[in-house]
Design a protein around this ligand. Structure first.
Ligand code: NDP
Length: 247
């Protein structure tokens, strides 16, 4: 019950990594705001699991690419639970395409959700955190945001942007004991990676020193550590959770 009486907002908690993060916080007794956009059923399942594990949950639909909706999400959190201690910016999308074929819409959609969405959430959640002189902000980046990847210029730019945002805001918020860190997963078994064919998967596996894809739990454990009191002296960092793919 490490997070009892703590309020945690997890964006994109209806699926994959976000769902695992939200459920792990629930297991530790947190009040969890389960944000979702299109997967109401997934969010409902997350909410039920959190409640069974001993936490409290509030489901909240918001498109994080929309500034106003993020403001309403933070207001709903404070109205319901009274405060906000931890923000996990997990929501993310891909629209992969080689540069010559990538449309302007595909570029904009990915930047608006992954980068602007992260900024939108921090913009609204940081005010109460700075006021209470306590907060933990954890942003999901990606291994490709660190090393680049052909066919993902939009996604990589958004995830590298998240690292820049993390470093800058860690410097701005440090004086008020609000930490800002990023987690950069490698290949994690989720819907996002399930669509890859076996040949591609086997190639990627051969690039991973631990020779296996990660699980959503591997990422969740890292996020929970960064949100804990034990991580109070860590800020502005990007933690790689990638089986050793990059140092
Ligand atoms: P999934 O596709 O399984 O889940 C994505 C989540 O983001 C969903 O819950 C979805 O909600 C939510 N989401 C998408 N668009 C919006 C939006 N506009 N507003 C609010 N929520 C939205 O992805 P993963 O779990 O695989 O990835 C989670 C994060 O981890 C992402 O940021 C991703 O980039 C990153 N990551 C993943 C890796 C992997 O191997 N899987 C590797 C590296 C990084 P809904 O379904 O309700 O619309």
């Amino acid at each position: 019950m490490k997070f009892k009486d703590k309020t945690v907002v997890v964006t994109g908690a209806s699926n994959g990594i976000g769902k695992a993060i939200a459920e792990h916080f629930g297991r530790e007794g947190a009040n969890v705001v389960v944000n979702y956009y299109s997967s109401e059923e997934g969010a409902l399942d997350t909410k039920k699991t959190i409640e069974q594990l001993g936490g409290q949950a509030l489901m909240y639909r918001a498109n994080i690419a929309e500034y106003q909706q993020c403001q309403e999400l933070v207001e709903a959190t404070i109205n319901h639970f009274g405060r906000i201690d931890v923000l996990v910016n997990n929501s993310g999308i891909t629209r992969d395409q080689l540069m010559l074929r990538m449309s302007e819409e595909d570029f904009d959609a990915v930047i608006e959700t992954n980068l602007k969405g992260t900024w939108n959430m921090i913009k609204h959640a940081s005010r109460p955190m700075l006021k209470q002189k306590y907060g933990r902000i954890i942003n999901l980046s990606s291994v490709v945001g660190v090393i680049g990847n052909a066919g993902q210029a939009n996604y990589v730019a958004s995830k590298a942007g998240v690292i820049g945002l993390t470093k800058s805001l860690a410097k701005e918020f440090g004086k008020k004991q609000v930490t800002v860190n990023a987690v950069a997963p490698g290949f994690i078994e989720t819907k996002m990676t399930a669509s890859l064919n076996e040949e591609v998967k086997s190639f990627y596996r051969s690039q991973i020193p631990l020779n296996t894809f990660g699980s959503v739990d591997d990422v969740a454990y890292t996020v929970l550590f960064l949100a804990s009191d034990e991580a109070r002296y860590i800020t502005g960092q990007t933690i790689n959770v990638n089986g050793g793919m990059i140092g």
